[in-house]
Design a protein around this ligand. Structure first.
Ligand SMILES: NC(=O)c1ccc[n+]([C@@H]2O[C@H](COP(=O)([O-])OP(=O)(O)OC[C@H]3O[C@@H](n4cnc5c(N)ncnc54)[C@H](OP(=O)(O)O)[C@@H]3O)[C@@H](O)[C@H]2O)c1
Length: 319
């Protein structure tokens, strides 16, 4: 049996079901890691301006293309609009800057990173401002999402982004977006793992024909290095008996079981790994077929626990 490794978006674009996440990939190793991932067979790369490594990731892509490993058309490259660029007039310049950093002339997918408009910071002054202004304060700005989306549509119309979408939107914002979007949002990227199943959100996206891309598929694993409080209370999914037993049954790894739980339902995953063996292992998750009972057992681990929560109350979109 051959299991699908790609999905067709509503736009007709083909996107891999497994990609490489680029958050927290340090600049000094990003080019090599992207190159190695492409050499290992990865075709989907999930980047963002906020990850502050787009130039280096682009260098890895350029090396892979230059050496004939892959063509640009075979890759599916994602970037995201950072919160400080939500004002309509800043969207296209931000998209063009990310493209220039990657050394590309189009993205396959450009996402609004978060529904959080922060005060503009000139990239010439501070290239990666993160969450704060020059005074170290979190400062919001009055940029409504419909105006940001309109500017995203302009990026699409100009061919800078073949597909556009959103990330970290709740269902109410999706329903609202569908009231004014002239260009269909192709993808919603959200936190999703067995401790945070979000069946309701899956149903909403299905109803609107929006494809889901899951982040933090291993649950707390990615947040340990950030010393996130959730990692003190949530047991690791990678060592959980229910998952390790299933992995043993399938002669697979716990990571593959966790990824397959998503891809078997047609949800794209973008695990990040700096380890060459794990890169291959993660990509091969689609070789596995979990039984209906196994899928239900994993879904039954749900705690409705969002890890990427909290923050300054003025921008706590999950409150
Ligand atoms: N839109 C958003 O707001 C948002 C938020 C978070 C993440 N994302 C995207 O989603 C991507 C993935 O999410 P994530 O970075 O949170 O975490 P993740 O992929 O769930 O987990 C990464 C962690 O798991 C480890 N790991 C990877 N493969 C493994 C394996 N086969 N076995 C055991 N451990 C393994 C990695 O360590 P090693 O590197 O040592 O292998 C790393 O510590 C990000 O890189 C980013 O592109 C988007």
């Amino acid at each position: 049996m051959t299991n699908a490794t790609t999905v067709t978006l509503q736009s007709g674009s083909t996107m891999p079901l497994t990609g490489l996440g680029l958050w927290k990939v340090p600049r000094d190793v990003a080019a090599d890691q992207v190159y190695s991932a492409i050499a290992a067979g990865y075709r989907l790369l999930d980047g963002a301006a906020d990850y502050a490594n787009e130039r280096e990731c682009g260098a890895g892509v350029a090396r892979a293309i230059g050496q004939g490993l892959v063509t640009r058309e075979e890759l599916f490259i994602v970037s995201k609009l950072w919160n400080t660029n939500h004002a309509a007039k800043h969207v296209e310049p931000a998209c063009r800057k990310s493209l220039a950093d990657w050394g590309l002339d189009y993205f396959d997918l450009y996402l609004i990173h978060m529904p959080i408009p922060l005060a503009y910071v000139d990239p010439a002054v501070r290239e990666h401002p993160g969450w704060t202004n020059d005074k170290g304060e979190t400062q919001t700005e009055r940029s409504p999402i419909h105006a940001t989306w309109g500017a995203m549509e302009t990026c699409h119309a100009k061919g800078l982004a073949r597909n556009i979408g959103v990330s970290n939107f709740c269902s109410a914002l999706i329903v609202d977006l569908m009231c004014y979007a002239n260009v269909h949002p192709q993808v919603l990227q959200i936190e999703m793992h067995p401790y945070f199943v979000q069946q309701g959100m899956i149903d909403v996206c299905k109803a609107y024909g929006i494809h889901l891309m899951a982040y933090s598929s291993f649950g707390p694993a990615s947040w340990v290095e950030l010393d996130h409080p959730a990692t003190k209370t949530l047991p690791s999914l990678l060592t959980l008996e229910a998952i390790t037993a299933m992995a043993k049954t399938h002669n697979a790894t716990p990571a593959q079981v966790l990824l397959r739980w998503a891809t078997q339902r047609g949800i794209t995953v973008i695990p990040k790994s700096s380890n060459p063996a794990r890169l291959k292992e993660n990509l091969a998750n689609t070789d596995l077929t979990l039984s209906d009972d196994e899928m239900s057992t994993i879904t039954g681990l749900d705690k409705n626990f969002r890890i990427a929560a909290g923050g300054d109350p003025r921008i706590n979109i999950w409150a």
